[in-house]
Design a protein around this ligand. Structure first.
Ligand code: NAG
Length: 385
């Protein structure tokens, strides 16, 4: 089928959005949470392609609006694009406000979108610019290219900025050379793009990053996670968040072994040298659960001096919470109303760091029922912070 476990490869994320965002007062008006609310469900008889939607992402931008996007399998032509939906009432209702279209390849914007608000200027792009990194792939899946688009009007209109990495056929088979799953973060006045990378013949897949200081040109490919002992190993889907002790948590899956694509992580002081921060730490909860596939990690300052790390995996649907700066024996599971999905997205509210949006778009093909839905969880209440 179309991607198998491709998305499982995952990307990386460095500095999480909350790292550099200036704190804003708690919004006392936020009294309601949202439970598995459908944002978008494609019409059933209009030629939508299996799996309809997938791989949803959300952020809260400055000013308080939530933005959401996802892989959108609309009938072609016209070429597929990433929709931008907005909520101005903390997730209770959503409206489409824009579409991010491929304006440089004539391939479409097909897989693995990632939304990010610049916390500071990068080149000519001021703080508050919304970025979308995604995988531009032609209809026949013959190529992959991680391109970055920018919006200066809160997500309504978009322009191409630059391309990070280009690779081969968009299938997750070892020996092919695609790139996958970008994750953006600012660190030391540079924008970092982490991604999964099959172009290095030494590894079935590895995790890489590149940096830019101007959103025009990107530096060399730097390894983040590689397995020198096992070509079949496929570290993927990188995400990253900064912690208050000067460390970063870098979370990813490792496919190609037994037990599915187990979620692993590393703790490092240098998000540009994750490679030196091994070995991999397999995430296991205090109940003995080892989450599988497509991690997404965030940090929020609630919950005491350590703050709280929250990680979502593909399964189970429970979130994994760590209030001890990533200590391996401190992962506690909590049930949430959001169903599990292939690569759910997490977003801590900037306006209220006790609130967490969890967004999902269903599962890999075959699926005739995928829809995009969101939950807004009162995390502070959930964990008793
Ligand atoms: C904060 O993290 C440290 C390091 O893991 C741990 O020893 C400490 O107990 C944590 N504090 C709280 C309040 O959980």
């Amino acid at each position: 089928m179309r991607f198998f476990k491709a998305a499982v490869l995952g990307l990386v994320g460095l500095v999480s959005q909350q790292t550099l965002a200036s704190p804003t007062p708690v919004d006392k008006r936020q009294t309601q949470t949202v439970s598995d609310l459908t944002i978008f469900s494609p019409p059933s008889n209009a030629g939508w392609v299996d799996p309809r939607v997938l791989y949803a992402r959300a952020i809260q931008i400055t000013g308080g609006a939530l933005l959401a996007t996802w892989e959108n399998y609309s009938p072609e032509p016209p070429l597929v694009y990433f929709p931008i939906f907005r909520s101005t009432n903390n997730g209770q209702t959503w409206t489409e406000i824009g579409r991010v279209r491929d304006t440089v390849n004539n391939w479409g914007l097909r897989y693995q979108p990632m939304l990010y608000e610049l916390p500071q200027a990068i080149g000519n792009y001021p703080a508050g610019t919304i970025l979308l990194a995604g995988n531009s792939i032609p209809t026949d899946l013959s190529k992959t290219k991680i391109d970055v688009y920018a919006s200066r009007d809160g997500g309504a209109t978009w322009t191409f900025t630059s391309s990070v990495a280009a690779g081969g056929e968009a299938r997750p088979n070892n020996g092919l050379t695609p790139v996958w799953e970008p994750f953006l973060a600012v660190y030391n006045n540079q924008l970092v793009c982490y991604y999964a990378d099959q172009r290095d013949p030494k590894y079935g897949q590895k995790l890489s990053h590149q940096v830019t200081s101007n959103l025009i040109s990107w530096g060399p490919v730097v390894n983040d996670v590689v397995d020198d002992n096992n070509y079949e190993s496929r570290p993927g889907m990188p995400t990253i968040a900064s912690l208050p002790n000067g460390q970063f948590i870098f979370a990813y899956e490792i496919c190609g072994g037994s037990g599915g694509c187990r979620v692993n992580y590393r703790l490092t002081r240098d998000p540009l040298n994750v490679n030196a921060a091994g070995p991999n730490i397999p995430l296991v909860s205090t109940r003995g659960t080892a989450p599988v596939s497509s991690p997404f990690v965030v940090w929020t300052p609630i919950g005491g001096t350590n703050g709280t790390i929250v990680l979502s995996g593909g399964s189970p649907s429970n979130i994994f919470v760590n209030r001890a700066l990533g200590h391996p024996s401190a992962w506690v599971e909590y049930a949430v109303p959001q169903p599990n999905a292939y690569s759910r997205g997490l977003a801590v509210f900037k306006s209220n760091p006790g609130w967490l949006a969890i967004i999902g778009g269903g599962w890999l093909p075959p699926s005739s029922v995928n829809r995009v839905s969101v939950s807004v969880v009162n995390l502070a209440q959930l964990i008793g912070a």
